[in-house]
Structures are given as C-alpha cells and as structure tokens.
Design a protein around this ligand. Structure first.
Ligand code: SAM
Length: 268
C-alpha cells in the first residue's frame, strides 16, 4: 500500500470508530495514556503536542499539569468530538503525526499514545519532533512489546474468514535496542522500559463490541456479512479458552515506553 493510501486507510478506520472509541467500558487506552503522561514528567510551564490524540486520553491527562496542550489527529470525527470535550487549556485540530506543521521550537514535550507504529516513517516523525521541540524538549511514545497470545488466536480465527492481512510490523518496534536506535539516530537520547497492562472483559461479546471501537475494526469490516456469525463463533471459541479458573477474562498487553530528551542543544 502506498504511504498516503496506508495513512488514509488507517485514519478512515479510526474515523468510523470514533463515536464509540474508548466508550465500551474496557480499561485499555486510559491506563496506558496515564502511564505515558506520567513518564513525560510535565511541568506547569510546558507546552505539549499530543499527536494522534484520538478521543483525548493522553491530551486530557496532560492538560491537568501542562500550560497548554495541542492535540492533532488525521481522523476528522476524532478531532470534532475531542474538541467538544477538551479542557480550556487544550486545542484540537487535524494534523499528521508524521509531519507536524508547527514552527521550530513550538513545544516542550511531544506525546504519542498508541500511535507511532501506525506511521509509515517513524524516524521522520522523530526528526520532526526534534525540530518543533525547544532545547531540553522530551518525547514519549509507546508501542507493543507482546500481545496476549490467547486473544491473538481469536483474531486469527476471525481473519480466516477474510482476505484481511495485518500490515507487516516495522522491525524498528521489535526490540528495546531497535527502539533506542530509533531515538538516538534521530536527535534524542533516552530509555525504553517494558510494562504489562491488564484489561478485564466481561465476556466474548464485550470483546467483539470493543473490537469495533478501535483499530481491530479493520478486521471486522473485512468479514463478509453472511459469514459474520460463523467468524464470531470461531473467535468466541478461542476466547472461551482464555478464561481463568474463576471464569474471568483478562487481556494482558505488554507495552514498551520510549522516553527521549533532545540530545544536544541546537545553536541554530
Ligand atoms: C489507537 S488510537 C490512539 C488515540 C489516543 N492517542 C489514545 O490514547 O486513546 C490511534 C490514533 O492515531 C490516529 N492516527 C493514525 N495515524 C495518524 C497520523 N499519521 N497522523 C495523525 N493521527 C493518526 C488515529 O486516527 C487514531 O485516532
């Protein structure tokens, strides 16, 4: 897929998900956003850019401490809805996370919660963040270390009913070392740390409902309507196998948090 096609396809999926995004009572995006913002170590004098802001999980959290927060996203419905809920010190607008169109040295911090791996060229994004950050500026982003294999099997079971293929993972997200290289090769120094998050689900139906509300929607949209019941049954059978001894369903996601500081004080 061409770069622009890939971007408009991904943001189209999120645009269609925007009305229900993070609204089905599954704790997934917010705990990660809170952890990300905590790692940004914000000061009341900081101006923050939150790229791929979605429905504002990190933006709202950052606005509690920062002086100002600008949220950008390429999905118009995300922008429209988040604008309505935004705190007084936050603004939201359409913008590409890879190519933020702000003057040099506009921000103290750039945050990206569950976004950077969607970008065709994350290195280019980081070089742009280095440009728009002031001296001493920071960037914090997260990416998947490992998904919950039991739930991945449910996704695979459903994918058999479609021609859908997940876009290949950019190897830069494969290891802490490759992430560190991504940082240091593009103007930052920093660290990478791994953490696990647990999301409780009531039942397989809630998993399905949740899938429609985020990037997983891309898979569901590819299932032909006539085979949807069969595809759901196959996925649910896998999810049933993931139940714990008390019948509980817990999705465990291992995330890597990458925190960078501008490597050198620029003189230009
Ligand atoms: C998984 S959601 C995360 C949203 C939000 N940061 C959160 O934590 O809930 C990914 C978001 O990135 C946006 N996105 C994907 N590619 C983008 C790009 N190139 N520029 C701006 N936003 C993008 C999507 O539209 C979506 O809102």
């Amino acid at each position: 897929m061409e770069t622009m096609d890939a971007k408009s396809y991904i943001t189209g999926v999120f645009d269609r998900a925007a009305q229900t995004y993070d609204k089905v009572d599954v704790d997934f995006f917010l705990p990660m956003a809170k952890e990300l913002v905590r790692r940004a170590d914000l000061k009341p004098t900081d101006d923050v850019l939150d790229v791929g802001c979605g429905r504002g999980a990190a933006l709202v959290e950052a606005a509690k401490t920062a002086r100002t927060v600008v949220g950008t996203d390429l999905a118009p419905t995300m922008v429209e809805l988040t604008k309505k809920d935004a705190p007084a010190n936050a603004t939201v607008r359409i913008g590409d996370a890879e190519e933020p169109d702000f003057p040099d040295r506009s921000f103290d911090v750039v945050t990206a919660n569950l976004v950077i791996f969607f970008l065709p060229d994350p290195a280019k994004a980081l070089r742009n963040y280095a440009r728009i950050l002031r001296p001493g500026g920071r960037v914090v982003f997260n990416s998947f270390a490992a998904e919950d294999e039991r739930f991945a099997k449910a996704v695979e079971a459903m994918a058999k009913f479609t021609g859908y293929e997940r876009p290949p993972r950019n190897p830069v997200f494969d290891t802490p070392e490759s992430l560190l290289e991504l940082l240091t090769g593009n103007g930052f120094e920093g660290r990478v740390e791994e953490l696990a998050f647990e999301s409780r689900l009531k039942d397989p139906e809630q998993w399905l409902e949740w899938m429609w509300t985020h990037g997983g929607r891309a898979l569901l949209e590819a299932v032909p309507e006539e085979t949807m019941p069969e595809a759901c049954a196959a996925a649910f059978a896998e999810i049933e196998k993931a139940r714990g001894p008390r019948g509980d369903l817990v999705l465990t996601t291992r995330m890597r948090f990458t925190t960078g500081t501008l490597a050198t004080r620029r003189t230009t």
